[in-house]
Ligand binder design. Structure first.
Ligand SMILES: [Zn+2]
Ligand SMILES: [Zn+2]
Ligand SMILES: [Zn+2]
Length: 149
């Protein structure tokens, strides 16, 4: 597992430091997104001397390299998530239980057509993240609402 991360970091010309590999390992073993503070807590169990600013820097470098995904939460805080799916796709993020699910549909073709046609522009890149409640959490919300009614 650790070796795979080393190769992906080298491909991105990011130095595969022990801390970066450990951060990737921590994120990859979670089905949910984590805050920098949570990554830091877990990292402290592996490295005696680990500062939060370094964790912030490493997370940012890994996200910029595309190895991990930055989740810009509606609460305006940043979270991070590691996705194994290497092909182009977007994510459905549950704001209640923090689960992240892959979307197979990109939806960019329609937007690109409009930009080409109506706006005469050209798309270079796009970022799309969808927030909501996953199936389990929306079931819970329904039960809670029925209880309140
Ligand atoms: Zn959920
Ligand atoms: Zn994904
Ligand atoms: Zn897309």
């Amino acid at each position: 597992m650790i070796d795979d991360f080393g190769a992906s970091l080298r491909n991105l010309r990011l130095k595969a430091t022990p801390r970066r590999l450990a951060i990737l390992d921590i994120l990859a073993s979670e089905p949910v997104y984590l805050s920098p503070e949570e990554v830091w807590q877990k990292l402290k169990a592996r490295f005696k001397k680990t500062g939060l600013p370094g964790v912030y820097r490493n997370l940012e470098a890994l996200a910029q390299g595309g190895v991990i995904i930055q989740i810009i939460h509606p609460d305006r805080k940043l979270y991070y998530y590691h996705c194994r799916n290497g092909s182009h796709h977007h994510h459905f993020v549950c704001i209640a239980c923090r689960k992240v699910q892959d979307l197979t549909f990109c939806g960019m073709n329609e937007i690109e057509q409009e930009i080409k046609g109506a706006l005469k522009g050209r798309v270079i890149s796009h970022v799309l993240q969808v927030y909501g409640l996953c199936r389990e959490c929306s079931d819970d919300a329904t039960i809670a609402n029925e209880g309140a009614a």
